[in-house]
Design a protein around this ligand. Structure first.
Ligand SMILES: [Zn+2]
Length: 120
């Protein structure tokens, strides 16, 4: 899939987030990269044989008390990782949506353990 098309899917996924939630997104960038860098892999704490689909980097809203002039949070969606686990266009769309929601949840301070409980 072309990067442009993939980026469009990511924007659409963001558009599906209910407005009342989207409105609370504060200082966060959503970007697409082909694959994670080594640094991102290490930072994510993912196991060696796992694919990193998306990554949240930043300070969750729940941990911001004295939050001033800092770089925006960044959510990265990794195109090649997602394409690797999907065979159809529909699967890619579904996976992009789930990954965007998962990483946004981190922005709101929900950790992976809790997300697993919620099945997200
Ligand atoms: Zn996570």
């Amino acid at each position: 899939m072309e990067t442009k098309e993939f980026e469009k899917l990511v924007r659409e996924a963001l558009g599906l987030i209910p407005p009342e939630i989207r409105r609370h997104l504060d200082n966060v960038d959503l970007v697409v990269e082909e694959s994670p860098t080594n640094e991102q892999l290490v930072g994510s704490g993912i196991e060696k044989d796992h694919l990193l689909l998306g990554l949240y980097e930043g300070l969750p809203l729940t941990e911001r008390s004295d939050y001033g002039m800092v770089l925006p949070d960044k959510i990265t969606i990794f195109q090649k990782s997602i394409e690797e686990i999907c065979t159809t266009h529909e699967e890619i769309i579904k996976e992009v949506r789930e990954t965007v929601v998962h990483e946004l949840a981190h922005h709101f301070g929900i950790d992976d353990d809790r997300l697993e409980e919620l099945g997200i």
